[in-house]
Design a protein around this ligand. Structure first.
Ligand SMILES: O=C(O)CCC(=O)C(=O)O
Length: 260
């Protein structure tokens, strides 16, 4: 989706997309990073709103789906005044079953319309690698810039991840150059499904994201892909195909360095 500076409008747009996915039979739905807003000046007030997490939990329960709720700004679990960019997972009963705080923060000058990004001005990095069992497989959690850090994906796979979700607001410039190559590489390396939900388009004329949300299988095949527009991408997660890929090419067993 393409979030703008209006949180209520973004909530309504996200809910419509999630409901559409549920109507089409999705059992687990991933929404993009910072889908409530990409406007950093609103993060502090959003993090103070206790109603948002319960709203997202209610979506999951009402629609009978598991929801990987992108990333939203939440308070740090410790005393740090900076927030965390947090991905909460809700089950179909509306219970929060996991929370992953983005580990790798995007402090990068990509030379696009926004100038440089300094995520660590507002956020502190997470420290925990998180996996959670879901009805469609064991799910590892990562967010956007994390995609560039293969060792996180290796750790997720070492903890049994069969699929890895990646809510993102990947920039247009870096997305055009690297998004799909990195997604496919991570899927092939870990022989995992990758569920990548990206923001798209211009956000209030300030920032442009790449879109191209997609689902990739453990062989690196793109099962479904959106373009630059917002929408819903759906795929079947066939874990027997994953077992077949892993059985035929047991790269994890062939590791000789950094074995867990
Ligand atoms: O890694 C990139 O090129 C984009 C990352 C990004 O936009 C983010 O983490 O918000």
């Amino acid at each position: 989706m393409c979030s703008i500076a209006d949180v209520e409008a973004n909530l309504a747009a996200a809910h419509a997309l999630v409901a559409d996915a549920a109507r089409q039979g999705a059992r687990l739905v991933v929404v993009p990073e910072m889908f409530l807003t990409l406007d950093g000046s609103q993060f502090q007030s959003l993090a103070a709103r206790s109603d948002l997490v319960s709203t997202l939990a209610a979506w999951a329960q009402d629609l009978g789906i598991w929801l990987v709720a992108g990333a939203i700004p939440l308070p740090s679990p410790d005393d740090d005044v900076r927030l965390r960019s947090a991905c909460c997972v809700f089950n179909d009963q509306g219970e929060q079953v996991a929370r992953y705080d983005k580990i790798h923060l995007f402090d990068v000058d990509v030379g696009d319309a926004q100038g440089s990004y300094q995520e660590s001005d507002r956020f502190a990095p997470g420290e925990q690698v998180v996996v959670v069992d879901t009805p469609v497989g064991r799910l590892g959690l990562a967010i956007c810039y994390d995609l560039r850090f293969a060792e996180l994906f290796q750790r997720l796979a070492d903890q049994g991840a069969e699929l890895i979700s990646l809510p993102a607001a990947f920039t247009h410039r870096t997305g055009e150059a690297h998004w799909q190559s990195l997604l496919r590489a991570r899927a092939i390396e870990q022989q995992c499904f990758i569920l990548a939900a990206n923001q798209c388009g211009w956000h209030d004329d300030k920032r442009q994201t790449w879109g191209h949300s997609q689902i990739i299988d453990p062989w690196g095949q793109v099962l479904t892909e959106l373009g630059h527009e917002s929408g819903v991408a759906l795929a079947d997660i066939d874990l027997s195909w994953q077992q077949e890929v892993r059985r035929r090419m047991p790269v994890q067993q062939h590791r000789r360095l950094n074995k867990p």
